[in-house]
Design a protein around this ligand. Structure first.
Ligand code: CP
Ligand code: NVA
Length: 306
């Protein structure tokens, strides 16, 4: 994956189809230990929002690569006291080899990338979560042997996860159906971009009908109804989203071999029932594990491992 050396991953569509295929292959080789990569580099984690999976999986992935990790917690660094991104980015660039950022505005991430030469990774913004999508695609491929021609239905808020799934699906030939309540659909420019990328080779559907969206799907995917930063509207969303809950009644409309994914953290009883997340169709723990393998492959590639 030499072509990824020195690049940033700010959004899913920064990667080509071939690059995603290559990263998934490398991630599989790392998972099975067919391959071990040693690159003694330093990763910075700059997270303005909470995280369990992303924080820990990036940390362990870098340790597995023989590198070091520095947690740049905004509450104990000057970034939390308003030091401009332009200044922070140029300084961190002199110390670190690679930097993963979790923040609110995509524009802030882009400013970091503009002022730092080192690879910058989107570890979640309000717009996208591309690292999660690499793990999701890896999990679907593990379960079905291929992505092309399978259908993934995402139910719930048209949020960062919905956006990255649309783009990741379009790039890999995975059909994507998004079922969201009126007013909570994914951004129209992302849907347009996904359709352009798919070019008619795979299905990109946005609907308000959860039952039609799940019909015959191989993958049922959901996420919280209120994302980080939207806590104030969480209560009000519950009645609007109720018919999008992943429960047995809805699962009955999917393919009989369908799997259930959730990026986690999950709110049991809201977007997914306990029965669904704990069922034998659930692959959420494999999906969470795959974050580590996918990000190890990603970092090795951005750092120019060969
Ligand atoms: N899925 C995910 O990104 O989880 P965290 O918020 O715990 O990192
Ligand atoms: N949509 C969720 C994803 C969490 C991994 C959020 O942004 O909070």
């Amino acid at each position: 994956m030499k072509q990824l050396k020195g690049r940033d991953l700010l959004g899913t569509a920064d990667l080509s189809t071939a690059e995603i295929t290559g990263l998934l292959k490398l991630a599989r080789q790392l998972k099975t230990k067919e391959l071990e990569i040693e690159c003694n580099k330093v990763l910075g984690l700059l997270f303005y929002k909470a995280s369990t999976r992303t924080r820990v999986s990036f940390t362990v992935a870098m340790y597995n690569l023989g590198g070091q990790v520095i947690d740049l917690n905004p509450s104990v660094t000057q970034v939390g006291r308003g030091e401009p991104i332009e200044d922070t980015a140029r300084v961190l660039d002199r110390y670190l080899d690679i930097l993963a950022i979790r923040t609110f505005a995509q524009a802030d991430l882009e400013t970091f990338a503009k002022y730092a030469e080192i690879p910058i990774i989107n570890a979640l913004t309000d717009l996208e979560h591309p690292c999660q999508i690499l793990a999701d695609l890896m999990t679907v491929e593990e379960c079905f042997g291929s992505l092309q021609g399978q259908t993934l239905t995402y139910l719930g808020d048209g949020n960062n996860m919905a956006h990255s799934l649309l783009l990741g699906g379009a790039l890999t030939g995975l059909n994507i159906r998004i079922a969201a309540p009126e007013g909570y659909e994914p951004k129209s420019e992302i849907v347009r971009q996904a359709r352009e990328i798919a070019g008619g080779r795979s299905e990109i559907v946005v609907t308000q009908d959860p039952v039609a969206a799940v019909e015959g799907a191989q993958v049922i995917y959901t996420d919280v109804w209120a994302s980080m930063g939207q806590e104030d509207s969480a209560e009000g969303r519950i009645p609007l989203f109720q018919s999008y809950q992943v429960n047995q009644k809805l699962i009955n409309h999917a393919d009989s071999e369908a799997i259930i994914l959730h990026c986690l953290p999950a709110h049991r009883g809201e977007e997914i029932t306990i029965e669904a997340i704990e069922s034998d169709r659930s692959r959420v723990w494999d999906q969470a594990e795959n974050r580590m393998h996918a990000q190890q492959a990603l970092m090795a590639s951005l750092l120019g491992w060969d």
